[in-house]
Design a binder for this molecule. Structure first.
Ligand code: ZN
Length: 493
């Protein structure tokens, strides 16, 4: 190279030298930096964790604010950075990984998809390449190997939350997990990750997440080994493009979504969840039931990521639905059929409701042959055909819950948890919910063809003669069960 080297930016040099060996690449970068006079920027300044991150002597540019420092002390194993849009949580994750790459030889990075890992954690404006570049250092990124080599030779490996199996085996001293709320197999991903988290003095993880209160996230936050920081968009305004700030702030401030997206608050209701806290009501016993059905949604037929089979028993009396039992679990095909038949017999149910799907009549056939093996009469089977999406099927059922026309008998924790955390469009609906929806659709006479755009506006109205006055009385505030008929509002812990 001669003195007429064109003025390339460090990013362009990084791109041009991407196939070079790390040493030559580092030399080229050093040369460019010497020519362009780029200075090394620190992220964690000398003033320490109480700095507000505004430019000052020794760090004349935006840098880490208090909420972007890792938790003090060493009595934690997980640092959860919770923040909404433009809060700087990705930058915080990248900077922490850069810092830790000086001490940890093997770092794993997990994102919901391979593309997200590449675009956000590596190549993004707040990703590792840019973060090292700002610090005057260079990394060697090999997309095909999903690998990034740090200046000291340490290595980072990228994983997709879609492939939890790839996490089987690799060991690491630090894990950076981005957006776990969008990883449907998060439990498996986390378990596999933990098995490999055993290198170095103090293996630990950092999670950067949107404030979606998923079951998994709540468990992490409740774990004594977790320290969390809440990063807000406001604190990060100085780093945001003015038009982004303007658009986003004016759009969301003062709204529920704003509390979540701008202030990083984990709201108790899951935004966008069909069932909200407070619409699921429990009672301790039921009146005499006119009909009972058992509904099955087998694992693997609708939802390739779920290995649970939904089995839910629901009864009906005088226009009200009573969710009686939830036997959803992991089963073999004959296992779920047997469980459903036993429940059918014990509850003296009228039918087993199944969905006809691309498995054809597989569910029906399995029940028939299992009944034969059990030497018991084959239950009556109702086969339902799905004409509409899961969400559209679920909406009228949610409407019934809002009218207190469906009640849970006792606490059905797992089912209820799935109901209040399933957000349509964010992953397939869990099989428990599908089984519940089919059972109630059949029992409550909800027509699956009706066009329903909002559960509150279009839920079927209660026929006056269908309401037993001794059980339910109408009041201006809505429907109320009389005193003595224990009703408790379901509130999540
Ligand atoms: Zn500072």
């Amino acid at each position: 190279m001669s003195g007429t080297l064109p003025a390339l930016s460090p990013a362009e040099v990084q791109q041009l030298t991407r196939h070079w060996d790390p040493e030559s690449k580092a030399r080229a970068m050093a040369e460019v930096k010497a020519r362009t006079g780029k200075t090394q920027q620190v992220w964690y300044c000398k003033r320490g964790r109480h700095c507000d991150g505004e430019p000052h002597d020794g760090a004349p540019y935006q840098h880490a604010r208090a909420d972007q420092w890792p938790p003090a002390g060493k009595d934690w194993t997980t640092w959860a950075l919770v923040g909404g849009r433009g809060s700087g949580k990705t930058r915080s994750g990248s900077e922490y990984v850069r810092k830790m790459s000086n001490f940890v030889e093997r770092i794993s990075m997990i994102a919901p998809t391979s593309a997200a890992a590449r675009d956000t954690m590596i190549e993004g404006e707040s990703g590792l390449i840019r973060v090292f570049e700002r610090a005057g250092e260079t990394v060697h990124y090999e997309p095909s190997k999903k690998r990034i080599t740090f200046p000291n030779g340490g290595r980072g490996t990228l994983f997709s939350g879609e492939e939890p199996d790839r996490l089987r085996g690799p060991q690491h001293g630090l894990v950076w997990l981005d957006e776990p709320a969008h990883i449907s197999a998060i439990d498996e991903v986390w378990d596999q990750m933990l098995f490999g988290l055993r290198l170095g003095d103090r293996p630990h993880s950092v999670i950067t997440t949107t404030p979606l209160p998923t079951k998994w996230m709540k468990a992490r936050l409740a774990d004594p080994g977790t320290k969390s920081s809440k990063v807000s968009t406001y604190a990060n305004l100085a780093n945001l493009a003015p038009n982004f700030a303007q658009t986003v702030l004016s759009k969301y401030e003062g709204t529920r979504l704003g509390r979540q997206e701008l202030h990083g608050e984990i709201l108790s209701d899951v935004l966008g969840a069909l069932w909200q806290d407070g619409i699921i009501h429990r009672l301790d016993s039921t009146p005499e039931l006119a009909r009972i059905v058992i509904s099955i949604d087998p694992a693997g037929t609708n939802n390739r990521r779920s290995d649970e089979t939904g089995i839910v028993a629901v009864g009906k009396a005088a226009g009200f639905g009573y969710v009686l039992e939830d036997h959803s679990d992991k089963y073999s095909p004959t296992g779920w059929a047997k469980r459903a038949i036993q429940t059918y017999e014990r509850l003296k149910a009228d039918a087993i409701v199944v969905e006809k799907n691309y498995g054809g009549d597989m569910v029906k056939t399995t029940i028939e042959s299992t009944a034969k093996d059990m030497n018991t009469p084959c239950p009556r089977i109702i086969v339902k055909t799905a004409m509409r999406s899961k969400q559209l099927r679920a909406e009228p059922i949610v409407g019934l819950y809002e009218q207190t026309r469906v009640l849970h008998v006792g606490a059905l924790h797992k089912l209820e948890e799935e109901m209040v955390t399933w957000v349509p469009g964010k992953g397939d609906s869990p099989n428990r919910i599908d089984a519940l929806v089919w059972a109630l659709t059949d029992l409550m006479g909800v027509t699956s063809d009706s066009s329903i755009s909002s559960p509150a506006d279009h839920a079927p109205s209660i026929p006056a003669q269908g309401v037993p006055p001794e059980v339910i009385r109408r009041s201006p505030g809505g429907l109320h069960l009389p005193p003595g008929f224990a009703r408790r509002s379901f509130t999540r812990a």
